[in-house]
Design a protein around this ligand. Structure first.
Ligand code: 8YV
Length: 328
């Protein structure tokens, strides 16, 4: 029997390609070309499955042009790049890569929070520019982390990881808002108190965004929400571009309506709103929250396991739309 045909959308660890090749006829993209929709369709139209990343978009047009496609396995926990309704309607399974990146991403959220509150990149740029000539009492004085109030918007696995780091490691008071409230034992584990979104915005010294992107969460933080925050507050976005109105944020940072922001994700990335590049009180990183070698390997291996499990006996580990499995 011939092996199923798999398209790997982006460059990935060579050992992952080798693993895929044990099970599939693989068309890889080790040159790491980013595809236009037409190019993606040209690659995918005769494939049974796709190994995707968070950057590749699957929509109704792609699905209509690729009738052989049975599964798209993404090595990301977030899957707003996949039109799940269209995939379900077309009978195409979607799988993602949860859990394996939780702790690494929570580490990064905390690192970005600390770098932002303590003005680390701003002060480094100053030093590198040769501007450091003497000590002064308020040079790059920032905000404390320990003992401060940590607000978390979106309290899934990564949000809970950040809450624990704040409460247990830094003695922070943790408040959160989420679509649904955590079970009491989870709240106790995270030492987190549920509050309304308004109270979260008004009370947090540091606000970390960890909610999934959807039409409902688009611009969850815009001018009105930024106006509720403390002028001394920091805002951290490690979730998705589009959750924050980047133009409104740049204006708030410029006018010091909030103290600082740390952003790993951007509306329309890899493009970054030009105004964010001109304000000093923002730490900018290129969507690297899950980027450690062991975690990226674990994400890629989980995406591979999902493909293997699906084609072997219709048992992927982490399906997003399992209803498709029942139909087939
Ligand atoms: C990834 C992410 O870097 O998992 C996610 O949702 O945003 C990131 O960890 C990227 O999307 C991997 O494909």
């Amino acid at each position: 029997m011939s092996k199923p045909k798999i398209f790997v959308a982006r460059a990935i660890f060579p050992e992952v390609i080798s693993r895929l090749e044990e099970h599939f006829e693989v068309q890889a993209n080790q040159a790491d070309k980013a595809w236009t929709k037409a190019e993606l369709i040209a690659q995918l139209h005769d494939k049974d499955g796709a190994f995707m990343t968070g950057s590749d978009r699957i929509d109704a047009d792609v699905l209509a042009a690729c009738p052989q496609l049975k599964i798209c396995s993404t090595m990301a926990v977030g899957y707003n790049n996949l039109d799940i309704d269209a995939m379900t309607a077309a009978g195409v399974l979607a799988t993602n890569a949860p859990d394996v990146l939780t702790e690494t991403t929570a580490d990064f959220g905390f690192a970005l929070l600390m770098a932002t509150a303590r003005r680390m990149t701003e002060s480094e740029h100053y030093l590198r520019a040769g501007k450091w000539t003497q000590w002064s009492y308020d040079m790059f004085a920032g905000a404390d982390i320990h003992g401060a109030t940590l607000g978390i918007l979106g309290m899934g696995r990564i949000g809970q990881g950040i809450a624990k780091r704040g409460a247990l490691g830094f003695g922070m008071k943790v408040i959160y808002h989420n679509r649904s409230r955590l079970a009491p034992e989870l709240e106790a584990e995270c030492k987190a108190r549920y509050v309304s979104k308004e109270e979260l915005l008004k009370t947090a010294d540091h606000l970390v965004l960890v909610l999934p992107y959807s039409a409902a969460s688009h611009h969850s933080i815009g001018a009105a929400e930024l106006a509720l925050m403390k002028p001394s507050a920091t805002l951290i976005n490690i979730a998705r571009g589009g959750i924050v109105d980047d133009a409104a944020l740049a204006a708030a940072l410029r006018d010091k309506r909030i103290a600082a922001a740390g952003l790993d994700v951007f509306e329309g990335e890899p493009k970054v709103h030009p105004d964010l590049l001109t304000v000093p009180n923002v730490v900018l990183t290129p969507h690297i929250a899950s980027a450690t070698v062991p975690t990226r390997l674990a994400m890629a291996n989980l995406a591979t396991d999902n493909l293997i499990g699906f084609f072997k006996d219709k048992k992927p580990l982490t399906p997003i739309n399992p209803a498709v499995l029942a139909i087939k």
